[in-house]
Design a protein. Sequence first.
Lengths: 230, 248
Amino acid sequence: MNENIYTRNMGEEYDTIFRQCVSLNTELHKLVPLAKQMHLLSSNAVSSAARAGSEGDAFRVLTQDIQLLGDDVSNCIDDTQKIIGEIVLLASNLARLFSSYVTFGEVLSHFEDDESMITSPNFFAKGQKKIAGDLRDNNNQLSRSLGMLINLLSPVSTLVKKGEYLAVCSSVEAASSGEYGVSFEAVSSMLRELVSQLGQQSAKQSSLLRDLSEAMEKQQINMRNLLYAR
Amino acid sequence: MRVEQLYKKNTHSWMVMGRDPDRREEVIDTNQYLIQSNGRGLLLDPGGVENFSVVAAEFSKHFDLANVEAIFASHQDPDVISSLSFWIQANPKLLVYVPKIWVSFITHFGVSLENMRPIPDEGGVITVGGRDLEVVPAHYLHSPGNLSIYDPEAKIFFSGDIGAALLPEDHTDLFVTDFAEHANCMEYFHRRWMPSNTAKARWIAEVRRRDVEMLCPQHGAIFKGDDVGRFLSWFENLDVGSGWSNVR
C-alpha cells in the first residue's frame, strides 16, 4: 500500500471516529432525564414510606437504598457529561488536524522532482511534522479520555443490578403491606422501568464505546503505517 | 496558475499569482500578491484553504517562503485569509496584519493573538525589509473593516475587493485591456458588494492623492496606467449599494 491509501484510510477513519463520538454524546445525554426521574422516584418512595407510618418501616429502609442508587446514578452521569464534551472536541480537532496534515502533504508533493523550488521542502515538512506531533498527542489524549469514560460507565451495570434487586425487594414488601402496598408497588414498578432503560442505554453505550475503541486502534495502526510509508 | 512579476527594482519587487485553471468551478478565482524587499516577504490576501497548496508551491518557485515575515489581510473574508492557520503552522512566528475590528473574528481561523498585529481604523504603516508601505482605510468597501496598501516606491496600490471583476473562465489577461468591456464584469460586483457611496468617495480621494501606476484588486485583472484613472472615474459615478435587485 502506498502513502495515499494510508492517508485516505486515516481521513475516513477520523470522520468515523468523529461521528461515533457525536453519537455517543447523544446517547449519554439521554441519561440525564433518567437521573432526574430516579431522584423523583426516590422522593416518591420516601413520601410513600412516610404516609404508611409504622407499617412503612421496612419499606423506608429500602427507600434509603433507592436514594443512594439515585445519587450514584446522578454522579456517574454528571462525570460522563463532563468528559464527553472533551471527547467530541478532541475528535473534531483530530479531523481538522488531519486535514491540515493532508494539505501539507499536497504542498510537499509539488516539491517532488521540481528543482526550480527556492523554498526548501523542509519549511513545509517541519510544519507537517508539527501537525503529526499534534495528531499523536490528540490521539493519545482521546484514547485516555475514552478509557476514563469506560471506567466511569463501568459501575452502571452494577447499579442496574442493584436497581433490579431493589425493585424485587420493594415488590415483596408491597405484597405484605396491605393498603399501602399499591403505592409501594408503584415505586417498585417505576424503579424496574427506570433501571431497565438505564440497562438498555448502558448496553448501547458499551457497544458504541467498543466500536470507538476499535476505530482508535485501527487509527493507531494507520498512523504507524503512514509514518513507515514516509 | 499564472505567476507574474509586476515590479522589480534592485531588491524590491511585487509578484502576483492568479487564474488557477485547476480550481473547483464553485471557488472564486483570487489574486495573491507577494512583496519582496531586501530578502524579506509580505503576502497580501494569501487566499483560502482551497488554494493554499498551489499558492505555497507556486510562490516557492520564486521566493524562499521561510523569509515571509508577515501576512496582510485586507478584510476577514474566507477567500482572503482562511488559509491563515496553514501559513502559521508552516511558520509559527509569522505576523498577521489585520483590520483591528476583525481580530476576534479572524482568530476563528485558528490563529493566536500573539501572531496578530491589529491595524487601527485610521490605517498606518507596515515595514517590510526596511521599506514602508502605507495602509489606507477602505472601510465599507466592502467590509466594515477594510484596508488597502500603497507602496510609494513601486507606485502600486493593492485595493482588495475594490476593482474586483468576476471574469469569464476563458479570460486570462493579467491586465485590463478593454476598460469598457471590463466594466461589465465589475458592475454587479461593486453595486452588490460595496454598500456606501460616502465611503467610496473618501477612498477615491485617498487614491487620487497618491501617484498610482497600478491598482491591484484581489479578483480579476489589474489596472495599469490610464486605466487606474478610468477605474476611479467609473467607480465615482457608480451608485453602489444598489445591486440587490436591478443588476445581474
